[in-house]
Design a protein around this ligand. Structure first.
Ligand code: C5P
Length: 403
């Protein structure tokens, strides 16, 4: 959940009505309410009668900080009409879990309870996360209903495949709260990079000395991964060429693992056709051993010499191509950031470079960066990497030539 908690303000001011219908996955809706709340959303839970049999209203009340609504006939709403008052001003309705029953009701325009009635009365987007037994999901009636909802402009999120509460395995699992948060976040993110292809490098490289040893750089990959996630949420097609890191692949991103600088270069060049943007975030090792031993080198106790050759500079090579995409570089410096960062930007002929001082964090969750471009320097406030990534994407989208 780390990344989602970091993007603390990204749903600030959004009113989300969360419908919880009857299904075991209702227990995950509790975590979802908490995660949406942490992202700044104002969550109003509507429980169906069946949903309330799985998780009771006080849980959602405590987690959302808002009253939970269960009945069409609740007279305590200020205008006495909960289905109108609840959707008024809502930015989205999300139903998670969505049972086969509520999906059928929505597809047919039924309004037998509060949740289905307010969906019918809405003028905001509706997102639905199905959760049911595999056979119920695969049943032609449910498939027909889901297709009708899609035609009606409803967004169907999932379902996932996997182990089910009933003991069976197959499609029908509700998406995890993290994936649902990601979908909501992407839904509300302006599509600044729609129709653009972005290639990104991230993480360190590992230059093997022998089968167990190598030269590497200190890099968690968090900044590059956050940028890949931000680009995907902004509507771009994203190829992430990644060195060895312990991070999950962001949603909507095609990840290619490339351990060494040479492999990373090959994968970048292969991914480049059609790319509008290349963002080099990877901490590529400057040198690699001349030779990689095929066997584990035995220690002899004597001093050892390791012959190294320089690695290709992937960013400089891409930026020098006649058909170069818009190139963004990164520079982590220990001192004189302005001088070194701007020097690198000019030397590699980059329209944009993001610099940071090593003291401001290499592997941590926060970063303090300065963006350099032809207009000068643009310092960004210290913030979680996911937030910094979004600002970098916004800056890059402003500089990007029209498609
Ligand atoms: O010259 P320096 O290594 O400091 O430049 C950093 C920038 O160049 C980063 O964007 C990094 O990803 C990229 N780079 C590269 N290939 C290298 C070295 C650096 O793409 N071999």
């Amino acid at each position: 959940m780390e990344d989602y908690i970091c993007v603390i303000d990204s749903l600030r001011g959004r009113k989300i009505v969360l419908g919880v219908s009857g299904g075991v996955a209702a227990y995950k809706a509790a975590a979802l309410v908490r995660a949406l709340g942490r992202m700044g959303a104002d969550v109003h839970v509507v429980l169906t009668e069946a949903g309330a049999r799985f998780v009771a209203a006080p849980t959602f009340h405590a987690l959302s900080g808002n009253r939970v609504w269960t009945s069409l006939w609740d007279g305590s709403m200020e205008n006495g009409i909960p289905h109108i008052a609840l959707v008024r001003g809502a930015d989205a309705i999300l139903i998670a879990p969505a049972s086969a029953d509520i999906i059928a009701s929505l597809a047919n325009g039924l309004a037998g309870d509060l949740l289905s009635t307010l969906c019918l009365a809405r003028d905001c987007p509706l997102l639905v996360a199905p959760a049911m037994n595999r056979q119920m999901w695969e049943n032609p009636a449910t498939q027909r209903n889901a297709a009708t909802l899609r035609e009606d402009g409803v967004f169907i999120l999932g379902p996932d495949k996997g182990e089910q509460a009933c003991g069976e395995t197959g499609p029908g699992r509700m998406l995890e709260p993290e994936a649902l948060c990601e979908a909501i976040l992407a839904f509300f993110t302006p599509k600044l990079l729609a129709g653009r292809k972005v290639v990104i490098t991230a993480g360190p490289t590992f230059e093997a000395i022998d089968p167990v040893r190598g030269i590497t750089n200190s890099s968690s990959g968090k900044m590059g991964y956050a940028i890949a996630a931000a680009c995907a949420r902004s509507g771009a097609e994203v190829v992430l060429v990644s060195g060895p890191v312990a991070l999950p692949t962001p949603a909507g991103v095609r990840r290619i693992d490339a351990s060494s600088a040479l492999r990373m270069r090959d994968e970048v060049l292969a991914a480049l056709p059609g790319a509008d943007v290349f963002i080099a975030v990877a901490a590529v090792a400057d040198y690699r051993p001349v030779e990689t031993a095929g066997h584990k080198i035995k220690k002899s106790g004597a001093a050892m010499q390791l012959a190294l050759v320089p690695n290709p500079d992937i960013l400089a090579e891409v930026a020098a191509r006649p058909d170069a995409p818009f190139c963004v570089g990164f520079a982590a410096e220990s001192h004189d950031l302005d001088m070194f960062a701007e020097g690198k930007r000019r030397a590699k002929r980059l329209p944009m470079l993001v610099g940071n001082l090593l003291a401001d964090g290499l592997c941590g969750d926060d970063n303090t960066v300065v963006i350099y471009d032809d207009e000068g320097r643009h310092p960004l406030p210290r913030a979680p990497k996911a937030f910094v990534a979004r600002q970098i994407v916004e800056h890059l989208a402003r500089l990007l030539p029209a498609a």
